[in-house]
Ligand binder design. Structure first.
Ligand SMILES: Cc1ncc(COP(=O)(O)O)c(C=O)c1O
Length: 444
């Protein structure tokens, strides 16, 4: 340890010796070292150096009520004093399942797990068990967690993404078995005709089409009704299931972003906000499909368990979070999201930089591109854009605003117009800093 080091620097020096890269999750890595948190309340986070920041990252979109919401804190404290994990069922599991099932027509039954990754994995395994088929289809670039099949193509780039009519199934981790890649059809986003042509090539082997209705990594543009309806119709005609990944988007409407469409998924993967700030995932959907998990069936198609699944601390927090995320609150954070998007677009215009904003509901993403992207490929940043984006996110951090590294943000319920205005006022300043890093805007 040397003198004049900040506490974060000191901690990171220790962390580097015992954690790969000094962290357990890459999302908290910042250069030259992570910032360590001291405490947080509402939409404000204070680090161990005593600096306070306005939090639009919300633990990667997982905190709908920001930090230390009194109802969640009370529910968790009450549960912890009674014990934290049992080899017995708990009342909160039943109560919370009833609440979640009441929120969406498509949730006839639900099971709780420990992460969004696990929720997606369970959906895929349930779809395979139900259809007795091996393959899945997913959108190019979409993030669905770490399961081998779900992560295919997630980090594809110009060097390996292949033909637009036939996006390549690329691995994320070295050593991913080729057999896993071979079981995934990669679809171009919001291109119904191309997608259906690709699905038709494997029609009898596809268990499910997995789709996030507002895929963050693809660019945070909403899936069009035409795309969702085409995928839905194709799954009906071909004996496959439609699976929505609403791990992030469940915040978008009282019953999730699926309310945006006329058709409903057979299964939905959930996570993030439904844990009230604790690790969580869930699989919800049609009763007959969910029955593949039924351990009382004469033949159990998908035996499923998990030591911490439906953990009562998580479910107490989640129940308090979701019962306080009423229809009125959903509408209020969505209106703030719209205010943010409109004002960000105005700041971009005023700063005269080649940038645009996407998003829906309570989420937004800033792209340092002149044209609004339409899919993963058009959203993919050039090296120049990537550098400017990194500078922008860092500059905002220094000015007291926390965004997700992709330059995305989410609204939480402790926020009101004042916080959104603070975001966009600060952005206006930060845009001036990155302007020289970007090409000039070509006027009409
Ligand atoms: C759409 C989506 N699906 C799945 C996941 C995986 O969730 P978790 O990080 O809880 O495993 C994420 C996480 O960011 C996500 O954004």
């Amino acid at each position: 340890m040397t003198t004049n080091q900040s506490r974060s620097e000191q901690l990171y020096e220790r962390a580097m010796k015992v954690l790969p890269g000094g962290v357990s999750r890459n999302a908290v890595l910042r250069k030259p070292h992570p910032t360590y948190v001291a405490h947080a309340s509402g939409c404000w986070v204070t680090d161990i150096e005593g600096v306070r920041r306005l939090d639009f990252a919300n633990n990667m979109a997982s905190l709908i009520h920001g930090h230390a919401h009194p109802a969640i804190t009370a529910a968790v404290a009450a549960q912890i004093s009674k014990g934290t994990a049992f080899t017995l069922a708990t009342e909160i599991e039943v109560e919370y399942a009833e609440h979640m099932v009441s929120r969406s027509k498509s949730f006839e039954k639900i099971r709780f797990v420990n992460s969004g990754t696990e929720g997606v994995m369970c959906c895929i395994k349930a779809a395979r068990a139900f259809t007795q088929r091996p393959m899945i289809a997913k959108v190019e670039g979409a993030y669905h967690g770490l399961y081998d099949y779900a992560e295919v193509s997630q980090t594809a780039g110009p060097a390996n993404w292949g033909d637009a009519d036939h996006p390549a199934a690329t691995p994320v981790s070295r050593g991913t078995p080729k057999s896993a890649l071979d079981e995934v059809v990669v679809l171009p986003f919001n291109e119904p005709e191309r997608a259906i042509a690709l699905l038709n090539e494997h029609a009898s082997r596809i268990a499910c089409v997995l789709i996030d209705p507002l895929p963050h990594r693809v660019g945070m543009m909403a899936a069009s009704a035409a795309f969702i309806e085409a995928l839905h119709a194709w799954t009906r005609a071909n004996g496959a299931l439609l699976v929505f990944d609403e791990v992030i988007t469940f915040r978008s409407a009282y019953g999730g972003a699926q309310e945006w469409y006329r058709v409903r998924p057979d299964l939905t993967a959930l996570g993030k906000i439904i844990g009230g700030g604790f690790p969580v995932g869930a699989i919800a959907g049609r009763a007959d499909v969910m029955d593949v998990l039924n351990p009382l069936a004469s033949s159990v198609l998908f035996p499923h368990s998990g030591t911490f699944s439906a953990n009562p601390v998580t479910l107490s927090a989640g129940h308090a979070a979701m019962t306080n995320f009423t229809r009125d609150e959903v509408a209020r954070v969505n209106a703030l999201g719209e205010r943010a998007r409109v004002q960000i677009a105005q700041s971009i215009d005023a700063a005269d930089i080649p940038a645009c904003v996407t998003g829906a509901g309570s989420m937004f993403r800033i792209h340092l591109k002149p044209e609004v992207p339409t899919d993963y490929r058009s959203a993919f940043p050039t090296p120049q854009e990537a550098k400017a984006k990194e500078t922008l996110v860092e500059d905002l951090f220094q000015r007291g605003i926390m965004l997700i590294n992709s330059c995305s943000g989410t609204i939480s319920t402790p926020m009101c117009e004042r916080e959104v205005d603070q975001l966009t006022d600060t952005l206006s300043e930060a845009f001036k800093k990155i302007r020289p890093m970007l090409p000039a805007v070509t006027g009409v």
